[in-house]
Ligand binder design. Structure first.
Ligand SMILES: NC(=O)c1ccc[n+]([C@@H]2O[C@H](COP(=O)([O-])OP(=O)(O)OC[C@H]3O[C@@H](n4cnc5c(N)ncnc54)[C@H](OP(=O)(O)O)[C@@H]3O)[C@@H](O)[C@H]2O)c1
Length: 263
C-alpha cells in the first residue's frame, strides 16, 4: 500500500543552487517523493548531469540560469519558470556562499558577497516566486538557513549574520504571506560535507573536534535532510509556518558539551 503522507506527485518545486551539494540532496528527495523540478545555477551546463539523474527517476527537471545577486536574473528565472510549468508549489531557496576568515580580515566586498547572496538573494527569489503562488493561494517556501541561524561561530561572521537574517526573514514572510495559503519555514542544516566546506573535512584534527561536538557523533550524510525537506514541502506541514527546523545531529544543543566536559 502506498503511503498517502508526504506524497508530492503533481507538485512542482524550484530548487536554487542545484549544481552541486545540498541543492542536489534537496532536489533528489523532492523528486523521489514525486515532484517535478526547476533546478538553477549560474552556469546552465553544470546542471546537465543532475537533470539527467532526475529524469532517470521518471520526473522532469527544467534547468534555468540564475544569479541571485542580480535582480534582473531573478526576474528572468521566475518568468521562465512560469512558462515551464503552469504553477509552482514549492521553493527551496538554497543558493548560498561563504567566506571563512577572522572578522578583522573581512573586506567590504566579502561582506557584500555573502550578505547579497545569502540574505538579499534569498528574499528576492522568495518574492518573485511568491508572486506566482499568491494568486493560487498555495505555496511552500523553504529557506535554507544553518545552525549558524541560531548561534555564532568565530571565522564565519558575515555568514552567521546572513543565516540569522534568513531565520528572522522567514518569520516575517510567514506572517505576511500566511493569509495567501503560503507557509514559509527555515530549514537549518548542521555540518554536511560539500564543495563549500570540503577543506575542513580534509583536516583530521578538525573532523574529530566537530564529531565530538555533535551529540550524534558524525557530520550529516546526504540523505539526512530528505525527511525534513519533504515534510516541509508536503501537505503534512500545512499548519507549520515561520519555524526553523534544525537538522544538525544535535550540535545546536550540545555545542558546548565538549568544553564543559573537560572542565
Ligand atoms: N554544507 C553545509 O554543511 C551547510 C550547512 C548549512 C547550510 N548550508 C547552506 O546550504 C546551501 C548549499 O550549501 P552547499 O554546501 O551545498 O554549498 P555549495 O556546494 O557551495 O553549493 C552552493 C550552490 O549555491 C549556488 N550559488 C552560489 N552563489 C550563487 C549565486 N550568486 N547565484 C545563484 N546560485 C549561487 C551554486 O551554484 P553555481 O555555482 O552553479 O551557480 C551552488 O549550486 C548554502 O546556502 C549553504 O550556505 C550548507
Amino acid at each position: 500500500m502506498s503511503n498517502p503522507f508526504f506524497d508530492l506527485s503533481g507538485r512542482v518545486a524550484v530548487v536554487t543552487g542545484a549544481s552541486r551539494g545540498l541543492g542536489q540532496y534537496f532536489g533528489r528527495a523532492l523528486a523521489r517523493a514525486g515532484a517535478d523540478l526547476i533546478i538553477t545555477s549560474r552556469t546552465l551546463d553544470s546542471l546537465k548531469p543532475f537533470q539527467r539523474e532526475i529524469e532517470a527517476l521518471g520526473r522532469n527537471a527544467v534547468p534555468l540560469e540564475l544569479d541571485v545577486r542580480d535582480h534582473a536574473s531573478i526576474q528572468r528565472m521566475a518568468g521562465q519558470a512560469a512558462k515551464a510549468y503552469p504553477k509552482i508549489d514549492i521553493l527551496v531557496n538554497n543558493a548560498g556562499c561563504n567566506v571563512r576568515k577572522p572578522a578583522l580580515e573581512i573586506s567590504w566586498d566579502e561582506w557584500n558577497l555573502v550578505l547579497d547572496t545569502n540574505l538579499r538573494g534569498t528574499f528576492f527569489v522568495a518574492q518573485a516566486i511568491a508572486r506566482q503562488m499568491i494568486p493560487r493561494g498555495y505555496g511552500r517556501i523553504i529557506n535554507i538557513g544553518s545552525v549558524t541561524s541560531v548561534f555564532g561561530y568565530a571565522g564565519l561572521t558575515p555568514y552567521t549574520a546572513s543565516r540569522g537574517g534568513v531565520k528572522q526573514m522567514s518569520m516575517s514572510l510567514a506572517d505576511d504571506w500566511g493569509k495567501h495559503g503560503i507557509t514559509v519555514n527555515c530549514l537549518a542544516p548542521g555540518w554536511f560535507r560539500t564543495e563549500q566546506n570540503k577543506v575542513l573535512y580534509e583536516n583530521q584534527e578538525w573532523y574529530e573536534y566537530i564529531c565530538d561536538r555533535i551529540p550524534l557523533r558524525r557530520p550529516g550524510a546526504p540523505n539526512d535532510l530528505d525527511g525534513a525537506v519533504v515534510f516541509l514541502a508536503s501537505e503534512e506541514s500545512r499548519y507549520i509556518t515561520g519555524q526553523t527546523l534544525l537538522v544538525d545531529g544535535g550540535i545546536s544543543t550540545g555545542a558546548t558539551r565538549a568544553t564543559v566536559a573537560k572542565k
